[in-house]
Design a protein. Structure first.
Length: 201
């Protein structure tokens, strides 16, 4: 694809580096941005810069936040005795969209996957162990995707948590085996949380 402007070509190259955005779609987006006024473009660019520089990760649970502790952890109306363990931020967003869960979260930042070089030390597990040793927590919910990597991570965490006085549950299998959790529809995901069952290794 020949582009007569090097500036436009650079913008297309950057946009096409985003997941799911091909070069043709990137060109369409870049041409659309070119038509917007300068102030809108400035605000757009600033929001991307702020995304990288200002978004933090909650010291308590690993969720995204604008301060050291996320709004969910700070919310006194959430049940701090129930902690839902998820792979990443997308899963928090998916579960929150169901309105079925009123506890708090723990974001691992991935799952154990030796094929991808991801081991337990690469995940937010130590903080989970610290939180689980707190006697205020009564239940830990495994809400990882029902994939081989998710199941492996569940088993590893169960072994780490079994010495604590905790109820360990997992989502019911309303979420299809092998599917990514954040792609599940809200109804199925909501039912999976409400009908969670005791984790059986």
């Amino acid at each position: 694809m020949q582009i007569s402007s090097k500036v436009l070509d650079t913008a297309v190259e950057q946009l096409s580096s985003l997941p799911g955005v091909g070069r043709r779609s990137a060109l369409r987006l870049a041409l659309h941005l070119l038509q917007r006024d300068e102030l809108e473009i400035h605000d757009f660019a600033q929001s991307i810069i702020d995304l990288k520089l200002k978004v933090l990760y909650c010291d308590n649970c690993g969720n995204i936040a604008d301060q050291k502790t996320c709004d969910i952890c700070l919310n006194p109306n959430r049940n701090s005795k129930i902690v839902c363990i998820v792979e990443d931020i997308r899963d928090v967003i998916a579960i929150e969209a169901t309105g079925a869960f009123k506890g708090k979260y723990h974001v691992l930042g991935g799952v154990i996957s030796p094929m991808d070089g991801v081991g337990p030390s690469d995940l937010n597990i130590e903080r989970l162990i610290e939180r689980s040793s707190n006697k205020e927590i009564e239940e830990v919910i495994f809400a990882l995707s029902p994939t081989m990597e998710g199941d492996t991570t569940n088993f590893y965490l169960f072994k780490k948590l079994k010495n604590f006085d905790l109820l360990v549950t997992t989502l019911s299998r309303g979420v299809s085996v092998g599917a990514e959790l954040h792609y599940a529809d809200e109804l199925s995901l909501g039912r999976s949380i409400s009908q969670r069952q005791k984790y059986d290794q």
